[in-house]
Design a protein around this ligand. Structure first.
Ligand code: RP5
Length: 205
């Protein structure tokens, strides 16, 4: 069985390894519980759509140029692990962290933002009642956050951060946005040209 200390030792060993940044995960995704996964799925969907691949072994990078990793890190049940993850983020080669948590005391995103600083942390309130806890940071302790449940947008924001350094990600973001625009244009023309009744009938058939 893996212990919290095993994970902390692993993170610290990876941080000390001075790995080639080309081989380390670009985006770290952490969440307070695996029960957050259904809400956090959007982040994976967005990163997959943008061509990122999951890195499950720090020592063995996938072929894809851009990668993400994920862990469950609970601010309240495993504070030591949260400290280790935040404090090793830069040395482990992460460029941006997405952190999701639910409940009223959703402290993983805001605490990780302080621990990983100046690595940017994008907070995802997993529930509506978690919003204030995620975004309520004091002056000088920044966090970027999305609306409750909007993990897809968190991943797009993470890609935007990376895009300042990587033209390939910028191209993928632009292509994604063009696709969205095209989708709205298509549906707009269909609604107009079929009329509302024809449009509804088509969608129901
Ligand atoms: C938070 O408590 C987690 O982020 C999760 O949203 C919530 C409930 O966790 P479980 O009791 O389902 O593990 O820390």
């Amino acid at each position: 069985m893996t212990t919290v200390q095993d994970l902390i030792d692993r993170l610290e060993a990876e941080a000390a390894a001075d790995a080639d940044p080309e081989t380390t995960p670009d985006v770290g995704i952490i969440m307070g519980s695996d029960s957050d996964l259904p809400v956090m799925e959007g982040a994976y969907d967005a990163l997959d759509e943008l061509g990122f691949a999951e890195q499950t072994d720090f020592d063995e990078a996938p072929d894809a140029q851009f990668t993400y990793e994920s862990y469950v890190v609970s601010a309240h049940r495993t504070p030591e692990l949260m400290y280790a993850y935040g404090e090793t983020a830069a040395a482990r080669g992460l460029d941006v962290v997405i952190a999701g948590a639910g409940g009223k005391s959703a402290d993983l995103p805001n605490m990780t933002a302080s621990l990983a600083y100046p690595i940017p942390v994008i907070g995802v309130p997993v529930q509506e009642k978690s919003v204030n806890s995620v975004i309520g940071m004091p002056t000088g302790a920044p966090i970027v956050a999305v609306d409750a449940g909007k993990s897809f947008n968190a991943a797009l924001s993470a890609a935007q951060v990376l895009a300042r350094e990587h033209d390939a990600i910028e191209d993928r973001l632009i292509e994604y946005h063009e696709g969205l625009k095209g989708g709205v244009a298509d549906v707009s023309a269909d609604l107009h040209d079929l009329g509302v009744h024809g449009f509804r009938e088509r969608d129901e058939s």
